[in-house]
Ligand binder design. Structure first.
Ligand code: ATP
Ligand code: MG
Ligand code: MG
Length: 353
């Protein structure tokens, strides 16, 4: 891809470094682009994970031939597969799919049945793939098995839950409105992992999914995207293996991306009122904590699997009832997030250090 060779590579000038001037949008954008340069030599096509899909289908079929397998998470959201990213799978029954706008059951009975299916599935995966590491995780909100497949991709498998497929399809529908916005999302995700903010690293508190909801909410507030009613997303209309959505280089040499990055940071530092407002894709405009009853009083009472629910940095899940995706953000982690948002301007989302 020739385009990648055309970028200036200097990044920050000596003068900028000495004067500690905040970098311009163009410098920020190009710095973020440079951090993703490795993608130019990678095959990002989603067909790279189709092999993993086939392997998992084989195992699922051995447990219950009527079950269907869906891929969600970042591969579905972006329509590309980044090397090293895990793949999220869910096994759905025919009725789960046909009732593609139905709510997922959150009862203990439902969780028990899911864990039972996953137990059988784990046994099959272990039998068929002796060298793989298969872990059954039962204590989470959603029962899941984690498979580390050696040289092939790692994946998570859940069962009978449509919400992951729906929220990924919703995020994707937003990014399809303006595909270059994926660069902002990918830049923010990379930064969140490196800064120790992402729940996938030790000490982190917000998942990649949470950061994606923040990115889309910011773009909606700016009028850069059109609101999509979450209820409109129907699993029956979603492809089990997400179609490839080619990733073109950012527009205007990265200037627009840089502006978006700086504006995203400014939005969450100075405009988003974390004390009163909620990041939400559930309705257009502003959602308040009061509206959802995510108050100090509720915070004092709420527990999930014995763990405290925080309402310090609120991100409403578009499909789960009364679920704060930012529930693990304690007051201390919220301050940590703010400190990093502030620093991210100078470091172009930690791409210069
Ligand atoms: P990565 O490339 O880092 O794996 P991802 O785009 O796959 O990023 P994840 O954070 O792994 O995003 O989320 C995958 C799915 O897990 C989401 O689509 C969502 O259904 C579920 N999920 C993740 N975080 C939460 C959360 N905090 N609360 C509820 N569901 C979540
Ligand atoms: Mg994932
Ligand atoms: Mg995962």
């Amino acid at each position: 891809c020739v385009f990648w060779l055309l970028f200036p590579r200097e990044g920050f000038t000596e003068k900028q470094k000495q004067q500690r001037m905040p970098p311009t949008a163009l410098v920020v954008g190009q710095s973020v682009m440079k951090a993703f340069q490795h993608l130019s030599t990678q095959d990002l096509h989603t067909r790279r994970v189709e092999e993993a899909y086939r392997v998992v289908v084989e195992c699922i079929t051995a447990v219950d031939p009527a079950m269907r397998l869906y891929m969600f998470g970042s591969t579905a959201v972006y329509g590309v597969h980044e090397k090293g990213s895990d793949v999220d799978f869910v096994a759905l029954s025919k009725t789960d799919v046909e009732d593609g706008k139905g709510e997922d059951a959150g009862t203990q009975v439902a969780k028990g049945l899911q864990a039972e299916f996953l137990g059988k599935l784990a046994r099959v995966v272990r039998q068929k793939h002796l060298s793989w590491n298969v872990e059954e995780v039962r204590r989470t909100r959603v029962p899941v098995i984690r498979v580390k497949g050696g040289s092939s991709v790692d994946f998570d498998i859940t069962v009978n839950r449509r919400n992951g497929v729906r929220n990924s399809a919703l995020l994707r529908a937003y990014f399809e409105q303006d595909p270059p916005c994926r660069w902002l999302s990918m830049g923010v995700k990379r930064w969140s992992k490196r800064a120790g903010l992402n729940a996938s690293v030790v000490g982190g508190s917000i998942t990649s999914y949470g950061f994606n909801l923040m990115v889309v909410y910011y773009l909606l507030q700016r009028g850069a995207l059109r609101f999509i009613e979450p209820h409109a997303i129907d699993v029956a209309n979603v492809a089990p293996v997400p179609p490839y959505l080619p990733l073109e280089p950012p527009r205007n040499d990265g200037a627009e991306l840089g502006e978006q990055v700086l504006d995203f940071l400014a939005f969450y530092m100075h405009e988003f009122d974390a004390a009163r407002h909620v990041v939400s894709l559930s309705r257009p405009g502003i959602t308040t904590k009061e509206q959802l009853n995510w108050t100090k009083n509720a915070e004092d009472l709420a527990r999930m699997n014995g763990e405290k629910i925080n309402y310090q940095w609120c991100i409403e899940d578009p499909y789960e009832l009364n679920l704060n995706v930012g529930r693990n953000v304690t007051p201390l982690k919220r301050d940590f997030l703010r400190k990093h948002l502030e620093k991210a301007r100078e470091t172009a989302l930690l791409t210069t250090t």
